[in-house]
Ligand binder design. Structure first.
Ligand code: SF4
Ligand code: SF4
Length: 200
């Protein structure tokens, strides 16, 4: 015995009431009944959801510009910044006639994020010089298949019909910067066409 804190346990006989278990059952039912009137700690998800914190970072979106062209230019900075090595991409050269699809001369023909690797740190968003990638308040849905967590452009790029609101993460300063036509990457395809014609 290393300490003198030991206690002799005696197995005593249970009383008749204890053997019937009724007092224990009733006291348990009283506790349950009390909880019916208490404020619930849980919500009926997914019908009900809790409000998200303004800083919540969920599923990514690859943004398009006002003319509907993909903003991403496959520079790879997001992949380099990603601490989880969750981003992979293949760059391609924009062909003639594809100006309405891709904003710059180079674009990502493949862009994938492995949502199982991603730790939703937001560094890709910070690294992007084109304001092309943002994290949103959308939750990545669960699945039984690992392959389904590799999100390609079909799941990441927003469409003109279904734009993804990123105003919570796009600060007014960023929005102001995007309007500044001084910067070449802020010019849309239409801006470039207008500029070309105004020169002639
Ligand atoms: S949020 Fe972080 S971990 Fe996820 S893809 Fe972006 S940089 Fe990588
Ligand atoms: S999302 Fe941004 S940082 Fe990543 S490749 Fe595209 S332009 Fe570059």
């Amino acid at each position: 015995m290393l300490t003198n804190k030991s206690k002799q346990v005696v197995k005593r006989e249970m009383t008749l009431m204890e053997k019937a278990y009724l007092p224990a059952i009733f006291s348990g039912m009283i506790i349950t009944f009390k909880h019916i009137f208490m404020k619930k700690a849980t919500v009926r998800y997914p019908e009900q959801t809790r409000p998200f914190a303004p800083v919540y970072r969920g599923q990514h979106v690859l943004k398009i510009d006002e003319a509907g062209a993909e903003r991403c230019t496959a520079c790879g900075l997001c992949a380099v910044a990603c601490p989880a090595e969750a981003i992979t991409m293949v760059a391609a050269e924009r062909q003639k006639g594809e100006e309405h699809l891709y904003r710059e001369e180079k674009y990502a023909s493949t862009y994938e994020i492995n949502m199982l690797r991603c730790i939703f740190c937001g560094l890709c968003e910070e690294a992007c010089p084109k304001e092309a990638i943002f994290l949103t308040d959308r939750i990545v849905p669960s699945s039984f298949e690992r392959d389904e967590f590799v999100y390609g452009k079909d799941k990441l790029v927003e469409t003109v019909a279904n734009p993804v609101d990123v105003t919570k993460r796009q600060t007014p300063a960023v929005l102001e910067f995007k309007k500044d036509k001084k910067h070449k990457h802020n010019l849309t395809f239409l801006d470039k066409v207008t500029k070309t014609f105004s020169r002639h």
